[in-house]
Design a protein around this ligand. Structure first.
Ligand code: NAP
Ligand code: BLA
Length: 346
């Protein structure tokens, strides 16, 4: 806690993008928090961004760690930097909130969790997809369809032309199912432990109309020829301990033509279909709509819960260990794609 106000949480923000903006806006509405300083990438952008929130602009995230009036660091920058910023912030004695993924490498994530425990500091990995209306409605309706044996979750985002930004850069975003960890996390939150996975991943290099990985042959290091890609497409099969098979497709970029955000679950008593923000329950009695809440205001809710947790001890909705488990599964899909093998989880 900062010295001058015992109930005032001083906050440093790393990042100036979409997630950072929603964090900053949420902090402005909470009298218990003060956004002290912001560190971004492009310094001019950071200065402009910081003005809006009357916060100090810094050229580097390291600068946030030296300030004794910062109790909590929110990490909302590119995935590649998550692990190292989290570690440095915890070492500096700060609480840490991090947008998923905690790190690209599960071992690094595990170390951060151990460090947080040793330092007795909060390490919270945001998973706003769990707070969203689609997930809540699915979870509430799952008992209505009996024993679930098959789930399919596809999110496809055509983008033409593909932007040359971090989320289309292998090293900065991570393996697609790692960077977009929420896809697997949603399934694992609903269905539990995974025994083994398979995965196919394709990446389109710039100026090419076809992907570089040949599905016929395992490619040892398929990412080496390109850093920025113009499309990626991953499909993984997750085999759960319960016997359930889940199929996950994640794609984005210029090669794709139809947007999709669809989650389907089949059970022995019926099915649930979440298509965009619409939900349907199908049983022997017919098909009916189910109510689905929105997906707005989720960063604000996550932010409020963190402050309630730190200042009033209210439990959070997720543990970093749960996020780490999904990261291990996601990393297994990477290895499956790289080797063409089925990968067993421990
Ligand atoms: P974004 O809008 O693209 O912002 C990215 C931030 O990183 C900006 O501050 C950007 O600064 C900086 N950046 C870009 N390239 C960089 C580089 N090469 N080196 C260092 N910094 C760089 O991204 P976002 O959507 O806010 O995502 C931020 C984090 O939140 C990610 O970890 C993402 O997975 C997570 N997240 C986002 C959402 C969402 O709804 N957007 C939801 C859940 C989790 P410049 O603009 O100055 O380059
Ligand atoms: C997740 N959205 C994400 C992530 C990124 C973006 C990088 C984390 C990685 C991932 O899970 O894919 C980036 N999302 C964008 C960008 C747009 C976008 C650049 O929609 C451009 C329009 N995020 C938004 C907007 C909404 C939104 C406008 O930028 C809609 C209200 C929601 N994005 C949203 C949610 C998640 C997410 C709820 C969590 C992931 C999930 O639900 O599975």
């Amino acid at each position: 806690m900062s010295q001058s106000h015992p109930f005032h949480l001083g906050i440093g923000l790393a990042g100036t993008g979409y997630a950072a903006k929603l964090r900053a806006e949420a902090l402005m509405t909470d009298a218990r928090a003060k956004l002290v300083a912001i560190a971004g990438h492009d310094f001019e952008r950071t200065q402009l961004f910081s003005q809006t929130y009357q916060a100090i602009a810094y050229p580097s995230w390291q600068d946030l760690l030296n300030r004794p009036d910062i109790d909590l660091v929110i990490i909302a920058t590119i995935n590649q930097d998550h692990g190292k910023i989290a570690r440095a912030a915890l070492q500096a004695g700060k609480h840490v909130v991090i947008e998923y993924p905690l790190a690209l490498d599960p071992a690094e994530a595990q170390e951060a969790i151990a460090l947080a425990r040793a330092q007795n500091k909060l390490l919270h990995v945001e998973h706003i997809e769990l707070l969203g209306g689609v997930h809540q409605a699915l979870k509430a309706s799952l008992p209505l369809i009996g024993k679930v044996f098959y789930a399919r979750y596809a999110t496809i985002k055509p983008e033409r032309p593909a932007p040359q930004r971090w989320s289309y850069h292998y090293d900065q975003f991570g393996f697609p199912l790692v960077g977009a960890l929420s896809r697997l996390h949603r399934l694992i939150d609903l269905f539990g432990h995974v025994t083994h996975v398979t995965c196919q991943a394709q990446f389109w290099p710039p100026d090419s109309r076809s992907p570089i990985s040949d599905p016929q042959f395992p490619i040892p290091d398929f990412r080496s020829p390109i850093s920025y890609y113009t499309s990626c497409l991953c499909t993984a099969h997750l085999y759960f301990q319960t016997g359930l098979l889940a199929e996950v497709t994640y794609g984005k970029g210029a090669a794709l033509w139809e947007a999709e955000r669809k989650f389907t679950v089949h059970g022995d008593q019926g099915a649930l279909v979440m298509d965009g923000d619409q939900g349907r329950l199908i049983t022997a009695a017919g098909s009916q709509a189910i109510a689905v809440g929105g997906r707005r205001g989720l960063f604000a809710r996550d932010t409020a819960m963190v402050i309630d947790h730190l200042l009033a001890g209210v439990p959070l909705y997720i543990t970093p260990e749960a996020s780490l488990y999904t990261l291990k599964v996601a990393d297994a899909t990477r290895r499956a794609a790289e080797t063409g093998q089925t990968i067993a989880l421990e």
